[in-house]
Design a binder for this molecule. Structure first.
Ligand code: MN
Length: 221
């Protein structure tokens, strides 16, 4: 009986909670340009710990170490089975749900770190820096290669993107990441933000949507 319970807890944990959270930087050309960055020749990968996650609907508290926290809305893939060294042509078999998330970034801190060539973690991976909305099965989308997404701030659309604008496709990202890290069921990949990133303020109401369907609500406190 006790053994049974342990197995059930393990399986539930494994399915519901990501083991790892990957994020991709500069995966939309217009966004790379708006921050004055060159276009990447291979995916730029960084990670956040699970303590960064906030489940929508959520309250995001602006941290005291930044005066310029910016929203980056991103499509998020959920890994459906374990794999490593995944060939690009098989990569689509390793994710089956898509959602929308925000990669909150302490831009002032990140710019200081970038100038020194230092790692980004404290500017990108702090507590609450990764709100995540609901997931939908990719098979339920009319066309998985044509996905629109958007973020509204206080009712005004501030970011909108389309998967056709991705520099590195979902399959390329999954294949690339799996060369370095074993992908595990439940892992998440934040696939990059389109242009229009901007500073958030206390009281902001942020809403993310996929193909016009609202899937994430985040209030800034
Ligand atoms: Mn990002």
């Amino acid at each position: 009986m006790a053994y049974c319970r342990i197995v059930i807890i393990f399986v539930t944990y494994n399915t519901l909670f990501p083991m790892k959270i990957f994020c991709i930087g500069r995966n939309y050309a217009e966004h790379a340009r708006e921050l004055g960055n060159e276009l990447p020749t291979e995916p730029l990968v960084f990670m956040k710990p699970t303590t960064a996650l906030l489940q929508s609907p959520c309250d995001f508290y602006i941290p005291d170490f930044s005066d310029n926290v910016q929203h980056e809305v991103e499509l998020v893939l959920r890994i459906s089975k374990n794999g490593k060294h995944i060939a690009e042509k098989f990569a689509h078999k390793y994710y089956d749900h898509i959602g929308i998330g925000i990669d909150f970034t302490a831009r002032d801190l990140q710019n200081r770190l970038k100038a020194k060539g230092s790692p980004w973690e404290i500017a990108k991976a702090f507590d609450g820096s990764a709100p995540i909305g609901e997931f939908i099965p990719i098979a339920k989308l009319p066309d998985p290669k044509n996905i629109d997404f958007a973020l509204t701030r206080n009712g005004t659309t501030v970011q909108s993107g389309h998967t056709s604008q991705l520099i590195f496709s979902f399959d390329v990202l999954v294949s690339y990441i799996s060369r370095f890290f074993t992908l595990q069921q439940g892992d998440l990949i934040y696939t990059g933000t389109p242009e229009g990133v901007g500073k958030v303020a206390i009281g902001d109401d942020l809403r993310g949507s996929i193909n016009g369907r609202e899937m994430l609500v985040c209030k800034v406190r």
